[in-house]
Structure formats: structure tokens, C-alpha cells
Design a protein around this ligand. Structure first.
Ligand SMILES: C[S@@+](CC[C@H](N)C(=O)[O-])C[C@H]1O[C@@H](n2cnc3c(N)ncnc32)[C@H](O)[C@@H]1O
Length: 223
């Protein structure tokens, strides 16, 4: 078994060419992922068919802003597949505020969040950030949004205006078909980027096909 750090990004490793993070809670899986022990360290394989940032790495993403000790606002955290890897990277000193509208999926997240200690689940509608401004008492380093909603661009902008540090970083997985089922994805991406560019400097962008159909992954910095 060959292991090396994935040179581009802190806290991410390559084990036999599969992406992995160091398991913050050894012995525990979050979504049925493979666990690999090398020496004293247990790694969790980050499945690029199940998680959009990993699909973006596979497609050659050059900028990924998540680092040790960071504070993250995660919109659409669901049951914790992707956030569990972010939780591994940020470690015990970092924190993820995870907003999710569905009580059913959040129940699964709570179970992992209690064990990990660096995820705060928030049951709320990300379209109304004022409803959880009393829970997020600090500005965050990164906002990540993965919500299939026609207003997903607006949702990101409103949350960044409220919670992101000046010049902070944001990431979004734009789902073309949720924004407009009829328009060709490239047109939806172009219009979405024009909207985002009013507020952010775009640092990196790539399409996630075939791992996620009709999705554009974008990394940007608040202007
Ligand atoms: C594609 S899934 C997220 C998957 C997750 N990001 C991952 O990779 O592990 C989108 C999630 O957004 C949630 N969602 C949809 N609309 C929302 C809203 N307005 N506010 C908060 N969460 C929302 C859905 O319930 C769903 O769990």
C-alpha cells in the first residue's frame, strides 16, 4: 500500500491513488467509507462518487481552502458525508457550523457530530440566515454551499455577507438543473458566475461530470 500527501492540499493524502483524510474518530465510519490503517494512523478514503469536493480534486481542482483549525459554515450539510472529511482536516481546534433544513438527515449528523466534537448541527433554512445568527457568534474562514435550490447563488451571497470574514473564501457546487431545468448547463453556469463575480473573485472552477452530472464547482474569495 502506497501513501503520500496530496501535495496540493493540507490534510489530504493519497493512498494507492485514492484521496483520504486522517480519521478524527478512529474505528468509526460515517458513510460506509473504507478505513485504512498505516502504522499508528487510521485514514478514511474520501469517495469521489459520493462527495463533490473529492470529485473536484479528481477533476484537477487547484485551490481548496480548508485547513487545520479553520471555522466553516456549511450550508446543506445533510448527514455528514463531506463535512466528516472537512472535520478530519480542521481537527479539534476547528469548527463546522452545519445548516440543514431536513430534520431526518440532521438526526444522522447529530450522532457523528457528538462523537467528533467539531461540528455544530443547525436545523434551519439557509435562505433565512437571520434565524441562526444567534448560533453563529463569530465570522468564519470559509462558507461552503451544496444546496439544490433555484436561489442557490443568492443563498450563498446572503450567508457570506453575514458570516464570512473579509476576504474570506467560499465554495459552491452549482446544480444547473435546480436553477433551470431547461437551459443548457453552460448557460446557467455563465449567468451564475456573472452574479457571483459581483461579490467574489473567482479562484477556480470546474465541471464535476461524470462524478456529479451538470454541476459546476467554484472556489472564490470575497471582494
Ligand atoms: C446535495 S445534499 C448535501 C450533501 C452534503 N453536502 C454532502 O456532500 O455530504 C443537499 C442538502 O441540502 C439540504 N437543503 C435543501 N434546501 C435547504 C435549505 N434551504 N436550507 C438548508 N438546507 C437545505 C437538503 O435537505 C439536503 O440534505
Amino acid at each position: 500500500m502506497k501513501i503520500k500527501s496530496y501535495k496540493k492540499f493540507e490534510g489530504i493524502f493519497l493512498i494507492d491513488n485514492k484521496f483520504a483524510t486522517i480519521n478524527l474518530t478512529p474505528g468509526y465510519r460515517v458513510y460506509g467509507e473504507e478505513l485504512v490503517r498505516i502504522g499508528n494512523i487510521e485514514y478514511r478514503i474520501w469517495d469521489f462518487w459520493r462527495s463533490k469536493p473529492a470529485a473536484a480534486f479528481k477533476k484537477g481542482l487547484k485551490t481548496f481552502p480548508i485547513k487545520n483549525e479553520m471555522k466553516i459554515l456549511y450550508l446543506g450539510i445533510a448527514s455528514g458525508t463531506t463535512s466528516s472529511h472537512m472535520s478530519d482536516i480542521i481537527g479539534k481546534e476547528g469548527l463546522i457550523y452545519g445548516v440543514e433544513i431536513s430534520e431526518r438527515v440532521l438526526r444522522e449528523l447529530i450522532h457523528h457530530a457528538e462523537r467528533r466534537g467539531n461540528i455544530i448541527p443547525i436545523i434551519a433554512d439557509a435562505r433565512m440566515p437571520e434565524k441562526y445568527e444567534n448560533t453563529i457568534l463569530e465570522k468564519v474562514d470559509v462558507v461552503y454551499e451544496d444546496i439544490a435550490d433555484p436561489d442557490q447563488i443568492k443563498i450563498l451571497i446572503r450567508n457570506c455577507e453575514k458570516f464570512l470574514k473579509p476576504k474570506g473564501l467560499a465554495m459552491i457546487a452549482i446544480k444547473s438543473q435546480s436553477i433551470d431545468v431547461i437551459k443548457p448547463p453552460k448557460k446557467v453556469y455563465k449567468e451564475s458566475l456573472e452574479e457571483l463575480e459581483k461579490h467574489f473573485e473567482i479562484l477556480d472552477k470546474l465541471e464535476l461530470d461524470p462524478y456529479e452530472k451538470a454541476h459546476l464547482f467554484v472556489v472564490m474569495r470575497l471582494k
